[in-house]
Design a protein around this ligand. Sequence first.
Ligand code: NOJ
Ligand code: MG
Length: 533
Amino acid sequence: MTRWWHDEAIYQIYPRSFQDSDGDGVGDLEGIRRRLPHIAELGVGAIWLSPIFLSPMRDYGYDIADYRAIDPLFGDMEDFDRLLEETHAQGLKLLLDFVPNHTSDEHEWFKESAKSRENPRRDWYIWKDPAPDGGPPNNWQSNFGGSAWEWDEATGQYYYHAFLKSQPDLNWRNPAVRSAMLDHLRFWLDKGVDGFRVDVIWHLIKDAQFRDNPPNPDWHPGRPDIDRYLQTHSADQPEVHGVIAEMRAVIDAYPGRLLIGEIYLPIERLVTYYGEAGEGVHLPFNFQLLSAAWEPQHLAALIDEYEEAVPGHGWPNWVLSNHDQPRIAARVGEAQAKVAAMLLLTLRGTPTLYYGDEIGIGQVEIPADRIHDPWAKQEPDTSFNRDKARTPMQWSEAEHAGFSTQEPWLPLTDDRAGRNVAALARDNSSILCLYRALLGLRRQEEALRTGSYRLLCADESVLAYERCTAESRIGVVLNMTDRPAEIVLPDRFGGAEVLFGILPGADRPSGDGRLSVRPGDGIILRGKAGEGS
Ligand code: NOJ
Ligand code: MG
Protein backbone atom coordinates (compact mmCIF):
# COMPACT_ATOMS: atom_id res chain seq x y z
CA MET A 1 0.00 0.00 0.00
CA THR A 2 1.35 3.44 -0.87
CA ARG A 3 1.23 5.90 1.99
CA TRP A 4 1.75 9.64 1.71
CA TRP A 5 5.21 9.45 3.29
CA HIS A 6 6.37 7.19 0.46
CA ASP A 7 6.03 10.22 -1.81
CA GLU A 8 6.77 13.14 0.46
CA ALA A 9 9.70 14.61 2.34
CA ILE A 10 9.50 15.65 5.99
CA TYR A 11 10.82 18.99 7.26
CA GLN A 12 11.88 19.29 10.89
CA ILE A 13 11.34 22.62 12.62
CA TYR A 14 12.94 23.51 15.93
CA PRO A 15 10.19 25.93 16.99
CA ARG A 16 12.39 28.20 19.10
CA SER A 17 14.41 29.01 16.02
CA PHE A 18 12.12 29.25 13.01
CA GLN A 19 10.35 32.61 13.25
CA ASP A 20 9.61 34.90 16.15
CA SER A 21 6.33 36.79 15.86
CA ASP A 22 6.10 38.57 19.22
CA GLY A 23 9.54 40.11 19.57
CA ASP A 24 10.88 38.00 22.44
CA GLY A 25 13.77 36.62 20.41
CA VAL A 26 12.31 33.12 20.49
CA GLY A 27 10.38 31.48 17.65
CA ASP A 28 6.70 30.63 18.09
CA LEU A 29 3.69 29.00 16.44
CA GLU A 30 2.41 32.20 14.86
CA GLY A 31 5.87 32.67 13.36
CA ILE A 32 5.74 29.19 11.86
CA ARG A 33 2.29 29.90 10.45
CA ARG A 34 3.57 33.02 8.71
CA ARG A 35 6.40 31.07 7.16
CA LEU A 36 4.29 28.21 5.79
CA PRO A 37 4.68 29.54 2.22
CA HIS A 38 8.44 28.94 2.45
CA ILE A 39 7.85 25.33 3.39
CA ALA A 40 5.25 24.77 0.69
CA GLU A 41 7.50 26.38 -1.93
CA LEU A 42 10.42 24.26 -0.83
CA GLY A 43 8.40 21.22 -1.86
CA VAL A 44 8.28 19.05 1.25
CA GLY A 45 5.04 17.30 2.23
CA ALA A 46 5.09 17.34 6.02
CA ILE A 47 6.35 19.38 8.94
CA TRP A 48 7.55 17.86 12.20
CA LEU A 49 7.67 20.26 15.13
CA SER A 50 10.06 19.61 18.00
CA PRO A 51 8.07 19.88 21.29
CA ILE A 52 5.72 22.84 21.74
CA PHE A 53 4.09 21.69 24.99
CA LEU A 54 4.09 23.28 28.45
CA SER A 55 7.58 22.90 29.80
CA PRO A 56 10.03 24.47 32.24
CA MET A 57 12.44 24.22 29.26
CA ARG A 58 15.34 22.69 31.13
CA ASP A 59 15.83 20.59 28.01
CA TYR A 60 14.09 23.07 25.75
CA GLY A 61 10.74 21.34 25.58
CA TYR A 62 11.87 17.70 25.85
CA ASP A 63 10.79 18.01 29.49
CA ILE A 64 7.03 18.20 29.35
CA ALA A 65 4.88 19.38 32.24
CA ASP A 66 1.54 19.04 30.42
CA TYR A 67 1.13 16.97 27.26
CA ARG A 68 -2.07 18.73 26.26
CA ALA A 69 -1.08 22.38 26.72
CA ILE A 70 0.95 24.67 24.46
CA ASP A 71 3.81 26.44 26.21
CA PRO A 72 3.02 30.19 26.42
CA LEU A 73 6.41 30.91 24.89
CA PHE A 74 5.10 29.37 21.67
CA GLY A 75 1.51 30.67 21.88
CA ASP A 76 -1.75 29.03 22.90
CA MET A 77 -4.15 26.38 21.68
CA GLU A 78 -5.83 28.82 19.33
CA ASP A 79 -2.49 29.49 17.67
CA PHE A 80 -1.99 25.76 17.37
CA ASP A 81 -5.41 25.15 15.85
CA ARG A 82 -4.83 27.93 13.37
CA LEU A 83 -1.42 26.56 12.45
CA LEU A 84 -2.82 23.08 11.94
CA GLU A 85 -5.63 24.37 9.79
CA GLU A 86 -3.39 26.49 7.60
CA THR A 87 -0.79 23.76 7.31
CA HIS A 88 -3.49 21.49 5.94
CA ALA A 89 -4.81 24.26 3.71
CA GLN A 90 -1.33 24.49 2.16
CA GLY A 91 -1.49 20.78 1.42
CA LEU A 92 1.03 19.94 4.13
CA LYS A 93 0.88 17.45 6.99
CA LEU A 94 1.75 18.29 10.58
CA LEU A 95 3.61 15.90 12.88
CA LEU A 96 4.15 16.50 16.58
CA ASP A 97 6.93 15.35 18.88
CA PHE A 98 5.75 12.84 21.50
CA VAL A 99 8.09 12.49 24.48
CA PRO A 100 6.89 9.40 26.35
CA ASN A 101 10.07 8.20 28.07
CA HIS A 102 10.14 10.93 30.68
CA THR A 103 8.19 13.94 31.88
CA SER A 104 9.37 17.13 33.49
CA ASP A 105 9.75 16.93 37.27
CA GLU A 106 7.15 19.70 37.23
CA HIS A 107 4.53 17.37 35.73
CA GLU A 108 1.67 16.79 38.19
CA TRP A 109 2.25 13.06 38.02
CA PHE A 110 5.81 13.38 39.25
CA LYS A 111 4.94 15.87 41.96
CA GLU A 112 2.43 13.32 43.25
CA SER A 113 4.83 10.44 42.80
CA ALA A 114 7.51 12.16 44.86
CA LYS A 115 5.18 12.87 47.78
CA SER A 116 5.40 9.50 49.48
CA ARG A 117 6.08 5.83 48.85
CA GLU A 118 2.37 5.17 49.27
CA ASN A 119 1.18 7.74 46.77
CA PRO A 120 -1.00 6.16 44.03
CA ARG A 121 1.33 7.69 41.42
CA ARG A 122 4.48 6.34 43.09
CA ASP A 123 4.77 3.49 40.62
CA TRP A 124 4.30 5.80 37.63
CA TYR A 125 8.02 6.58 37.81
CA ILE A 126 11.02 4.39 38.58
CA TRP A 127 11.90 4.47 42.27
CA LYS A 128 14.47 2.14 43.84
CA ASP A 129 16.11 1.59 47.17
CA PRO A 130 19.81 2.42 47.44
CA ALA A 131 22.45 -0.24 46.85
CA PRO A 132 23.70 -1.90 50.09
CA ASP A 133 26.48 0.74 50.31
CA GLY A 134 23.86 3.51 50.14
CA GLY A 135 24.86 4.48 46.60
CA PRO A 136 22.76 4.40 43.41
CA PRO A 137 20.90 1.13 42.66
CA ASN A 138 23.09 0.33 39.64
CA ASN A 139 25.73 1.75 37.32
CA TRP A 140 23.42 3.25 34.72
CA GLN A 141 24.57 6.62 33.44
CA SER A 142 22.58 9.65 32.37
CA ASN A 143 22.84 10.58 28.69
CA PHE A 144 23.80 14.03 29.88
CA GLY A 145 26.53 12.85 32.29
CA GLY A 146 26.80 11.37 35.78
CA SER A 147 24.67 8.71 37.42
CA ALA A 148 21.15 8.30 36.07
CA TRP A 149 19.86 7.98 39.65
CA GLU A 150 18.84 10.94 41.79
CA TRP A 151 18.55 10.59 45.55
CA ASP A 152 15.30 11.78 47.12
CA GLU A 153 15.93 12.55 50.74
CA ALA A 154 12.26 12.94 51.66
CA THR A 155 11.22 9.40 50.70
CA GLY A 156 14.61 7.68 51.02
CA GLN A 157 14.76 6.28 47.49
CA TYR A 158 16.43 7.03 44.19
CA TYR A 159 14.53 7.80 40.99
CA TYR A 160 15.80 7.04 37.51
CA HIS A 161 16.38 9.68 34.82
CA ALA A 162 18.00 8.72 31.52
CA PHE A 163 18.49 12.44 30.79
CA LEU A 164 18.44 15.41 33.22
CA LYS A 165 17.45 14.86 36.83
CA SER A 166 14.54 17.17 35.99
CA GLN A 167 13.42 14.56 33.42
CA PRO A 168 12.32 11.54 35.51
CA ASP A 169 11.62 8.40 33.45
CA LEU A 170 8.06 7.11 33.41
CA ASN A 171 7.44 3.49 34.32
CA TRP A 172 6.06 2.05 31.08
CA ARG A 173 5.63 -1.37 32.71
CA ASN A 174 2.71 0.17 34.60
CA PRO A 175 -0.50 -0.29 32.52
CA ALA A 176 -1.98 2.90 33.99
CA VAL A 177 0.94 4.90 32.59
CA ARG A 178 0.48 3.28 29.20
CA SER A 179 -3.16 4.04 28.96
CA ALA A 180 -2.78 7.64 30.18
CA MET A 181 0.01 8.28 27.69
CA LEU A 182 -1.86 6.66 24.79
CA ASP A 183 -4.80 8.92 25.58
CA HIS A 184 -2.51 11.91 25.01
CA LEU A 185 -1.85 10.59 21.52
CA ARG A 186 -5.60 10.33 20.90
CA PHE A 187 -6.09 13.90 22.08
CA TRP A 188 -3.83 15.23 19.32
CA LEU A 189 -5.02 12.73 16.72
CA ASP A 190 -8.59 13.83 17.39
CA LYS A 191 -7.47 17.38 16.66
CA GLY A 192 -6.28 16.18 13.29
CA VAL A 193 -2.48 15.99 13.57
CA ASP A 194 -0.96 13.64 11.03
CA GLY A 195 1.29 11.69 13.33
CA PHE A 196 4.22 11.78 15.71
CA ARG A 197 7.93 11.52 15.97
CA VAL A 198 8.46 9.60 19.21
CA ASP A 199 11.40 10.66 21.37
CA VAL A 200 13.95 7.98 22.42
CA ILE A 201 11.43 5.23 21.78
CA TRP A 202 14.00 2.47 22.32
CA HIS A 203 14.43 3.63 25.92
CA LEU A 204 10.86 3.10 27.10
CA ILE A 205 11.35 -0.27 28.79
CA LYS A 206 14.28 -1.05 31.08
CA ASP A 207 15.54 -4.39 32.33
CA ALA A 208 13.05 -5.78 34.85
CA GLN A 209 15.89 -6.63 37.26
CA PHE A 210 17.85 -3.40 36.74
CA ARG A 211 21.10 -5.27 36.23
CA ASP A 212 24.35 -3.30 35.88
CA ASN A 213 25.37 -2.47 32.34
CA PRO A 214 28.65 -4.06 31.18
CA PRO A 215 31.66 -1.77 30.76
CA ASN A 216 32.29 -0.48 27.24
CA PRO A 217 35.78 -1.62 26.22
CA ASP A 218 36.02 1.31 23.78
CA TRP A 219 35.35 4.03 26.32
CA HIS A 220 38.19 6.40 27.13
CA PRO A 221 38.39 9.75 28.90
CA GLY A 222 37.20 12.40 26.48
CA ARG A 223 34.08 10.43 25.65
CA PRO A 224 30.77 11.20 27.41
CA ASP A 225 29.79 9.32 30.56
CA ILE A 226 26.96 7.54 28.80
CA ASP A 227 29.55 5.65 26.74
CA ARG A 228 31.29 4.20 29.81
CA TYR A 229 28.92 1.24 29.69
CA LEU A 230 27.12 -0.63 26.94
CA GLN A 231 23.38 0.04 27.16
CA THR A 232 22.64 -3.68 27.42
CA HIS A 233 20.05 -3.45 30.17
CA SER A 234 18.93 0.19 30.16
CA ALA A 235 17.48 0.34 26.63
CA ASP A 236 16.36 -1.71 23.59
CA GLN A 237 14.63 -4.36 25.72
CA PRO A 238 12.45 -6.97 23.98
CA GLU A 239 9.30 -5.84 25.81
CA VAL A 240 9.51 -2.38 24.24
CA HIS A 241 8.02 -3.80 21.05
CA GLY A 242 4.78 -4.59 22.85
CA VAL A 243 4.50 -0.97 23.96
CA ILE A 244 5.18 0.27 20.45
CA ALA A 245 2.55 -2.09 19.03
CA GLU A 246 0.05 -0.45 21.38
CA MET A 247 1.03 3.00 20.10
CA ARG A 248 0.77 1.77 16.55
CA ALA A 249 -2.71 0.40 17.18
CA VAL A 250 -3.78 3.82 18.44
CA ILE A 251 -2.33 5.46 15.32
CA ASP A 252 -3.89 2.89 12.99
CA ALA A 253 -7.34 3.68 14.32
CA TYR A 254 -6.99 6.99 12.45
CA PRO A 255 -6.44 6.81 8.69
CA GLY A 256 -3.24 8.10 7.13
CA ARG A 257 -1.33 8.86 10.32
CA LEU A 258 2.41 8.33 10.63
CA LEU A 259 4.46 6.99 13.53
CA ILE A 260 8.21 7.67 13.52
CA GLY A 261 10.62 6.42 16.16
CA GLU A 262 13.79 8.17 17.24
CA ILE A 263 16.24 5.30 17.56
CA TYR A 264 20.03 5.41 17.75
CA LEU A 265 20.98 1.76 17.27
CA PRO A 266 23.07 -0.27 14.81
CA ILE A 267 21.18 -1.18 11.63
CA GLU A 268 20.41 -4.78 12.61
CA ARG A 269 18.80 -3.62 15.86
CA LEU A 270 17.17 -0.56 14.28
CA VAL A 271 15.14 -2.55 11.77
CA THR A 272 13.53 -4.66 14.50
CA TYR A 273 11.53 -1.50 15.27
CA TYR A 274 9.46 -2.00 12.11
CA GLY A 275 7.92 -4.88 14.02
CA GLU A 276 7.84 -8.46 12.85
CA ALA A 277 4.76 -7.92 10.73
CA GLY A 278 4.66 -4.16 10.49
CA GLU A 279 3.22 -3.58 13.97
CA GLY A 280 6.16 -1.35 14.96
CA VAL A 281 6.74 2.25 13.92
CA HIS A 282 6.29 3.11 10.24
CA LEU A 283 9.69 4.76 10.15
CA PRO A 284 12.45 3.96 12.63
CA PHE A 285 14.62 7.01 11.98
CA ASN A 286 17.69 5.98 10.04
CA PHE A 287 20.52 8.14 11.39
CA GLN A 288 23.38 6.42 9.59
CA LEU A 289 24.19 9.53 7.53
CA LEU A 290 24.46 11.74 10.62
CA SER A 291 27.84 10.40 11.53
CA ALA A 292 29.04 8.50 8.47
CA ALA A 293 32.48 9.31 7.07
CA TRP A 294 32.00 11.33 3.88
CA GLU A 295 33.57 8.69 1.70
CA PRO A 296 31.87 7.07 -1.32
CA GLN A 297 32.86 3.46 -0.65
CA HIS A 298 31.91 3.71 2.98
CA LEU A 299 28.53 5.26 2.12
CA ALA A 300 27.89 2.69 -0.61
CA ALA A 301 28.41 -0.14 1.88
CA LEU A 302 26.24 1.54 4.48
CA ILE A 303 23.40 2.10 2.00
CA ASP A 304 23.59 -1.52 0.84
CA GLU A 305 23.59 -2.78 4.39
CA TYR A 306 20.52 -0.70 5.20
CA GLU A 307 18.69 -1.59 1.96
CA GLU A 308 19.30 -5.24 2.73
CA ALA A 309 18.15 -4.96 6.34
CA VAL A 310 14.85 -3.11 5.83
CA PRO A 311 12.16 -5.80 5.91
CA GLY A 312 9.81 -6.30 2.97
CA HIS A 313 6.94 -4.76 4.88
CA GLY A 314 9.05 -1.76 5.93
CA TRP A 315 9.73 1.52 4.16
CA PRO A 316 13.20 3.11 4.34
CA ASN A 317 14.06 6.66 5.44
CA TRP A 318 17.10 8.93 5.64
CA VAL A 319 18.11 11.81 7.92
CA LEU A 320 21.03 14.17 7.32
CA SER A 321 20.87 16.53 10.31
CA ASN A 322 18.74 17.16 13.35
CA HIS A 323 18.64 19.32 16.47
CA ASP A 324 21.01 17.02 18.38
CA GLN A 325 23.84 16.64 15.85
CA PRO A 326 26.27 18.85 13.95
CA ARG A 327 24.67 20.32 10.84
CA ILE A 328 25.60 18.73 7.55
CA ALA A 329 27.28 21.91 6.21
CA ALA A 330 29.30 22.15 9.44
CA ARG A 331 30.54 18.59 8.86
CA VAL A 332 31.29 18.53 5.15
CA GLY A 333 31.37 22.18 4.05
CA GLU A 334 29.09 24.10 1.72
CA ALA A 335 30.03 22.42 -1.58
CA GLN A 336 29.54 18.93 -0.21
CA ALA A 337 26.37 19.99 1.63
CA LYS A 338 24.90 20.35 -1.86
CA VAL A 339 26.07 16.87 -2.80
CA ALA A 340 24.58 15.63 0.48
CA ALA A 341 21.25 17.24 -0.43
CA MET A 342 21.27 15.33 -3.69
CA LEU A 343 22.09 12.11 -1.86
CA LEU A 344 19.33 12.63 0.72
CA LEU A 345 16.72 13.43 -1.92
CA THR A 346 17.56 10.62 -4.33
CA LEU A 347 18.02 7.66 -1.99
CA ARG A 348 15.12 5.24 -1.60
CA GLY A 349 12.89 6.20 1.31
CA THR A 350 11.38 9.17 3.08
CA PRO A 351 13.91 12.01 3.48
CA THR A 352 13.83 14.20 6.58
CA LEU A 353 15.25 17.68 6.09
CA TYR A 354 16.29 19.89 8.96
CA TYR A 355 15.31 23.58 8.83
CA GLY A 356 18.26 25.78 7.95
CA ASP A 357 20.06 23.08 5.98
CA GLU A 358 18.31 24.43 2.88
CA ILE A 359 20.24 27.68 3.34
CA GLY A 360 23.43 25.83 4.21
CA ILE A 361 23.85 27.00 7.81
CA GLY A 362 27.27 25.68 8.80
CA GLN A 363 29.58 26.36 11.72
CA VAL A 364 28.25 28.81 14.30
CA GLU A 365 30.32 29.68 17.33
CA ILE A 366 28.35 30.01 20.55
CA PRO A 367 29.99 32.41 23.03
CA ALA A 368 30.41 30.86 26.48
CA ASP A 369 27.87 33.20 28.04
CA ARG A 370 25.21 32.23 25.48
CA ILE A 371 25.34 28.45 25.93
CA HIS A 372 21.86 27.04 26.52
CA ASP A 373 22.18 23.30 25.88
CA PRO A 374 22.00 21.55 29.28
CA TRP A 375 24.18 18.68 28.04
CA ALA A 376 26.90 21.13 26.95
CA LYS A 377 26.70 22.68 30.40
CA GLN A 378 26.90 19.35 32.19
CA GLU A 379 29.61 17.78 30.06
CA PRO A 380 31.40 20.77 28.53
CA ASP A 381 34.47 18.83 27.46
CA THR A 382 32.92 15.70 26.01
CA SER A 383 29.56 16.73 24.56
CA PHE A 384 28.58 18.29 21.26
CA ASN A 385 27.08 21.68 22.07
CA ARG A 386 23.69 21.20 20.46
CA ASP A 387 23.09 24.97 20.38
CA LYS A 388 25.29 24.97 17.28
CA ALA A 389 22.62 23.04 15.42
CA ARG A 390 19.74 25.13 16.79
CA THR A 391 20.54 28.68 15.68
CA PRO A 392 17.74 30.76 14.16
CA MET A 393 16.56 30.48 10.59
CA GLN A 394 17.75 33.37 8.45
CA TRP A 395 15.15 34.91 6.19
CA SER A 396 16.36 38.20 4.83
CA GLU A 397 18.90 41.00 4.97
CA ALA A 398 16.75 42.73 7.61
CA GLU A 399 18.02 43.18 11.14
CA HIS A 400 18.32 39.85 12.96
CA ALA A 401 17.92 38.22 9.55
CA GLY A 402 14.16 38.73 9.67
CA PHE A 403 13.92 36.09 12.41
CA SER A 404 12.97 38.53 15.15
CA THR A 405 12.87 42.22 15.94
CA GLN A 406 15.07 41.48 18.97
CA GLU A 407 18.40 39.82 19.56
CA PRO A 408 17.62 36.10 19.04
CA TRP A 409 18.10 33.56 21.84
CA LEU A 410 21.04 32.05 19.95
CA PRO A 411 23.42 33.86 17.58
CA LEU A 412 22.93 34.07 13.83
CA THR A 413 25.69 33.14 11.41
CA ASP A 414 28.35 35.72 10.58
CA ASP A 415 27.53 35.43 6.89
CA ARG A 416 23.80 36.07 7.37
CA ALA A 417 23.88 39.06 4.97
CA GLY A 418 24.13 36.56 2.12
CA ARG A 419 23.00 33.38 3.83
CA ASN A 420 19.27 33.94 4.04
CA VAL A 421 16.22 32.80 2.13
CA ALA A 422 15.66 36.09 0.27
CA ALA A 423 19.24 36.36 -0.99
CA LEU A 424 19.61 32.70 -1.89
CA ALA A 425 16.27 32.65 -3.72
CA ARG A 426 17.72 35.22 -6.13
CA ASP A 427 20.73 33.03 -6.92
CA ASN A 428 20.01 30.06 -9.15
CA SER A 429 23.19 28.31 -8.10
CA SER A 430 22.38 28.52 -4.36
CA ILE A 431 21.80 25.59 -2.06
CA LEU A 432 18.22 26.80 -1.51
CA CYS A 433 17.45 26.65 -5.23
CA LEU A 434 19.09 23.23 -5.33
CA TYR A 435 16.82 21.91 -2.58
CA ARG A 436 13.77 23.32 -4.36
CA ALA A 437 14.79 21.84 -7.69
CA LEU A 438 15.59 18.42 -6.24
CA LEU A 439 12.33 18.24 -4.31
CA GLY A 440 10.57 19.26 -7.54
CA LEU A 441 12.33 16.55 -9.50
CA ARG A 442 11.44 14.01 -6.84
CA ARG A 443 7.80 14.98 -7.24
CA GLN A 444 8.04 14.53 -11.01
CA GLU A 445 9.97 11.30 -11.17
CA GLU A 446 8.25 8.24 -9.80
CA ALA A 447 11.55 6.36 -9.93
CA LEU A 448 13.10 8.78 -7.41
CA ARG A 449 10.23 8.20 -5.01
CA THR A 450 9.40 4.55 -5.24
CA GLY A 451 11.95 3.05 -7.64
CA SER A 452 14.33 0.31 -6.55
CA TYR A 453 17.88 1.24 -5.49
CA ARG A 454 21.02 -0.27 -6.94
CA LEU A 455 24.65 0.73 -6.53
CA LEU A 456 26.42 1.36 -9.84
CA CYS A 457 29.90 2.15 -8.61
CA ALA A 458 31.85 3.62 -5.74
CA ASP A 459 35.51 4.60 -5.83
CA GLU A 460 37.61 7.12 -3.84
CA SER A 461 35.74 10.04 -5.39
CA VAL A 462 32.40 9.06 -6.81
CA LEU A 463 29.27 7.34 -5.60
CA ALA A 464 26.85 6.35 -8.38
CA TYR A 465 23.56 4.48 -8.16
CA GLU A 466 20.36 3.99 -10.05
CA ARG A 467 16.69 4.15 -9.15
CA CYS A 468 14.33 2.13 -11.34
CA THR A 469 10.72 1.42 -11.97
CA ALA A 470 9.50 -0.75 -14.83
CA GLU A 471 9.11 2.39 -16.96
CA SER A 472 11.98 4.54 -15.90
CA ARG A 473 15.64 4.43 -14.92
CA ILE A 474 17.43 7.29 -13.20
CA GLY A 475 21.14 7.46 -12.47
CA VAL A 476 22.68 9.59 -9.73
CA VAL A 477 26.39 10.38 -9.82
CA LEU A 478 27.97 12.23 -6.90
CA ASN A 479 31.52 13.54 -6.75
CA MET A 480 32.22 13.63 -3.03
CA THR A 481 35.61 15.30 -3.35
CA ASP A 482 37.10 18.60 -4.46
CA ARG A 483 38.93 16.84 -7.31
CA PRO A 484 37.70 16.12 -10.84
CA ALA A 485 36.76 12.49 -11.35
CA GLU A 486 35.91 10.16 -14.17
CA ILE A 487 33.80 7.03 -14.07
CA VAL A 488 32.42 4.47 -16.47
CA LEU A 489 28.72 3.79 -16.19
CA PRO A 490 26.96 0.69 -17.54
CA ASP A 491 25.76 0.73 -21.17
CA ARG A 492 22.26 1.67 -20.18
CA PHE A 493 23.61 5.13 -19.33
CA GLY A 494 25.62 5.52 -22.57
CA GLY A 495 24.73 8.94 -24.01
CA ALA A 496 22.10 9.43 -21.26
CA GLU A 497 20.30 12.73 -20.98
CA VAL A 498 21.35 14.94 -18.07
CA LEU A 499 18.19 15.65 -16.12
CA PHE A 500 19.84 17.84 -13.55
CA GLY A 501 23.25 18.92 -12.30
CA ILE A 502 24.46 20.76 -9.22
CA LEU A 503 26.86 22.72 -11.43
CA PRO A 504 25.52 24.07 -14.70
CA GLY A 505 26.51 22.49 -18.02
CA ALA A 506 27.45 18.92 -17.08
CA ASP A 507 28.47 16.74 -20.05
CA ARG A 508 26.43 13.70 -20.94
CA PRO A 509 28.13 10.34 -20.56
CA SER A 510 29.78 9.27 -23.80
CA GLY A 511 28.24 6.47 -25.84
CA ASP A 512 30.30 3.91 -23.89
CA GLY A 513 29.27 5.34 -20.52
CA ARG A 514 32.34 7.43 -19.69
CA LEU A 515 31.49 10.45 -17.60
CA SER A 516 33.60 13.28 -16.19
CA VAL A 517 32.34 14.74 -12.93
CA ARG A 518 33.63 18.07 -11.71
CA PRO A 519 34.58 18.57 -8.05
CA GLY A 520 31.47 18.85 -5.91
CA ASP A 521 29.14 18.10 -8.79
CA GLY A 522 26.17 15.79 -8.66
CA ILE A 523 24.49 14.69 -11.86
CA ILE A 524 21.11 13.06 -12.39
CA LEU A 525 20.75 11.07 -15.61
CA ARG A 526 17.91 9.44 -17.47
CA GLY A 527 19.05 5.95 -18.43
CA LYS A 528 17.39 3.49 -20.80
CA ALA A 529 14.50 1.86 -19.02
CA GLY A 530 13.86 -1.83 -18.92
CA GLU A 531 17.21 -3.07 -20.23
CA GLY A 532 20.22 -4.59 -18.58
CA SER A 533 18.82 -4.43 -15.07
C1 NOJ B 1 16.17 13.14 22.19
C2 NOJ B 1 15.93 14.55 21.76
O1 NOJ B 1 16.09 14.64 20.37
C3 NOJ B 1 16.90 15.41 22.53
O2 NOJ B 1 16.92 16.72 22.05
C4 NOJ B 1 16.53 15.34 23.98
O3 NOJ B 1 17.46 16.06 24.74
C5 NOJ B 1 16.47 13.90 24.47
N1 NOJ B 1 15.82 13.02 23.57
C6 NOJ B 1 15.73 13.82 25.77
O4 NOJ B 1 14.35 13.99 25.53
MG1 MG C 1 8.35 34.62 20.14
